[in-house]
Design a protein around this ligand. Structure first.
Ligand SMILES: *[C@@H]1O[C@H](CO)[C@@H](O)[C@H](O)[C@H]1NC(C)=O
Ligand SMILES: *[C@@H]1O[C@H](CO)[C@@H](O)[C@H](O)[C@H]1NC(C)=O
Ligand SMILES: *[C@@H]1O[C@H](CO)[C@@H](O)[C@H](O)[C@H]1NC(C)=O
Length: 353
């Protein structure tokens, strides 16, 4: 009785807030194209997460239910690197990109995408696929995993990749991937995304900063997943620590200034703690909406989004309402013109919510 009346209360809050923000742009949302599904069924997912089911109509229903106009979808970790650093990985990335682009054209105005790349240790394959994704398919950006093998994204061997991404002024959506750690799973079975993914994001973000891979001169933009993992908690510690114990890597003020260059999505990170943490390290214009569907079930996306909308009504969080739409519009140089560049007639998808 109590729980059902609570459910009704939450549902009515939910319906009300959905109506208030009918135009979200979801930048942290995934897609499982057939080629990728087959690869995961063959190789498994090293994070321990179970592959959810995905289909076009289910994705559009989810978007409508969350008040999302456009899903900027991506193929999540492990990505095409699951097929290794050779030809098979390259072909898997290409198949994912072609399949995802076809879906975006099939349902005009509902999908854009961050393209998939091979394992970055295949530098040449990665460079070629960046040209395909950004030059041929005209996607706004790519998804990068936090590590490739045991290598963080600021490593010198990835410099040519960053140079190419810079030449396109690409948006780089950094998504956590499996962490090489022992024991691999907590409590025997807890999948890594729960506790280890946020730290994976922090590790690679700090690497990008302290190797000066990402600076105020960078033309590419970087989105960090899930409110930056643990970076809001650790920002002060990292900034001071970057000069500590002989590290002498970067003055604290520069670390904090570079941190402000990142974008952050609020996928599965909508608590007051997360939002307040973001406000301590960045400005409201750098924060984006994310649902993490379908890896987060729709019901979880709804719970998170309802809480987000409640939080955005309160105090200093009011200034974060720009995360639903306006910030993405600015980041993408206009969502409709981004779609037009991809050869998609954005007006066709309008009026469906
Ligand atoms: C499509 O996916 C949704 C979940 O998003 C699921 O409920 C539905 O059964 C799926 N439909 C098909 C035909 O598989
Ligand atoms: C990568 O491409 C460059 C230029 O085409 C070539 O010189 C180099 O040998 C290639 N590297 C590998 C590992 O294939
Ligand atoms: C885009 O779609 C709308 C609605 O279907 C149509 O009126 C318009 O002519 C289309 N524009 C282009 C450039 O195809």
């Amino acid at each position: 009785m109590r729980s059902s009346s609570l459910a009704i209360a939450l549902t009515s809050i939910f319906v009300t807030v959905m109506a208030a923000f009918p135009n979200r742009i979801d930048t942290h949302v995934h897609i499982i194209p057939p080629a990728y599904k087959a690869a995961i069924e063959k190789y498994g997912d090293p994070s321990g997460w179970i592959l959810p089911s995905w289909n076009v109509s289910g994705a559009i229903d989810a978007a409508d239910s969350l008040g999302v106009r456009v899903q900027v979808v991506s193929v999540t970790a492990p990505g095409p690197g699951i097929a290794g650093t050779g030809e098979e990985g390259r072909q898997l990335a290409r198949a994912c990109n072609d399949e995802v682009a076809a879906i975006a054209h099939e349902k005009p105005g509902r999908f854009a995408f961050f393209g998939s790349l091979p394992d970055w240790n295949d530098v040449n394959g990665t460079l070629a696929e960046i040209d395909y994704v950004l030059g041929t398919l005209k996607a706004p950006g790519i998804i990068a995993m936090t590590t490739y093998g045991d290598t963080l994204l600021g490593d010198a061997k990835f410099k040519p990749i960053w140079a190419k991404l810079d030449s396109y002024a690409a948006i780089v959506f950094v998504h956590p991937g499996a962490v090489s750690i022992s024991p691999k799973l907590i409590a025997g079975t807890l999948p890594q995304p729960i506790v280890d993914y946020p730290q994976a994001t922090t590790r690679t973000a700090v690497d990008l900063i302290l190797t000066r891979t990402f600076t105020a001169d960078s033309k590419f933009k970087v989105i960090l997943s899930h409110a930056g993992g643990t970076t809001p908690w650790l920002a002060d510690r990292i900034s001071v620590g970057s000069m500590a114990a002989g590290a002498n890597l970067m003055p604290p003020a520069d670390v904090l200034a570079t941190l402000k260059l990142f974008y952050f999505d609020v996928a599965l990170s909508t608590t007051a703690t997360s939002l307040y943490g973001l406000l301590q390290i960045t400005t409201p214009d750098k924060i984006l909406y994310g649902s993490d569907f379908p890896y987060a079930m729709l019901s979880e996306g709804q719970r998170q989004t309802a809480r987000l909308d409640e939080n955005l009504k309160m105090g200093e969080f009011k200034k974060l309402s720009c995360l639903n739409n306006k910030n993405a519009e600015t980041l993408f140089g206009g969502v409709d013109s981004m779609l037009t560049k991809m050869g998609i007639n954005a007006t066709k998808g309008k009026g469906k919510l």
